[in-house]
Design a protein around this ligand. Sequence first.
Ligand SMILES: [Zn+2]
Length: 126
Amino acid sequence: MKYNFTPNDKEWHQTLLNAFENLLKLQVKPVLVYDRKQFRKYLYRGGHNANSVSAECIKDCGIIWLSPFLSACPKVEAVNTLYHECLHIKYPDMHENKVRQLADKMIPITSVTNSKKKKFDIVHKK
Ligand SMILES: [Zn+2]
């Protein structure tokens, strides 16, 4: 089965991203990408398979990739994920657990969905 975001999905992703950028006063403009070319050079240290995470982010340049699997999930998960990645860009040194906590506080997702995710995302410095 192939997962894909619709043009409609991409429109609200972008709208939210603009809002989060303003809300968090990000110095680095977040850029949403859907294909993984930008991440090719990272394939893949640490043994994390990108297919098992919700998103990936390069903090320094603000590039965010969203997993197409999210297109089959409740929309709140994509919203939470976008906000989560923006927090990584805003606070590059913040610990993953703290980022997750802040994002989940702002955009609550159910504990059920949360617990089955072993690793939320992959984050690169540069
Ligand atoms: Zn994270």
